[in-house]
Ligand binder design. Sequence first.
Ligand SMILES: [Zn+2]
Length: 202
Amino acid sequence: MEFSSKLIESAVNEFSKLPGIGKKTALRLVLHLLKQDENFTTDIAQSLIDMRQNIKYCKKCHNISDEEVCNICKSHKRDNSIICLVEDTRDVLAIENTSQYNGLYHVLGGIISPIEGIGPEDLTIDSLMERVSSAESEVKEIIFGLSPTMEGDTTAFYISKKVKQLGIKTSTIARGIPIGGELEYADEITLGRSIVSRTAYE
Ligand SMILES: [Zn+2]
């Protein structure tokens, strides 16, 4: 792509470093910014700088937070006896959006993947162990909210072995047929697991 301006070229190059943004989309965004008031661009840039400089990770659960301890860990309304283990912050948001869960979380920062060279030491597993074995811990159950992949299963297996020694119950989120999904289109692993982890019909 040839540009008549080095400034445009540079902005397009920066935008196209983002995931899912090709050169064409980047150019469309840059030209859009040029059409807006100058403040529009300044506000976007400032909010990105503020976010990057000031974001913190909760020292208890490792979720993204504005403060040392996140709102979920701080809340008195949450059930301190359950921790849902997830891969990243997006999973916390997804589960929070269901309004069906009132326990705490622990964000692992990934899952064990020998192929990608990610071992248990690269995740927040040590911090989880410290958290659940500390004297003031009220944790009685850990729910594995991990992807139903081999890596997710490996991670759950690794952690469940460790926490079971502490007498903590482990469970995994049910893996089943999407609501509104048709049975015949579900893959056999999903269908198999839905039968194995069936729940009482109420
Ligand atoms: Zn937290």
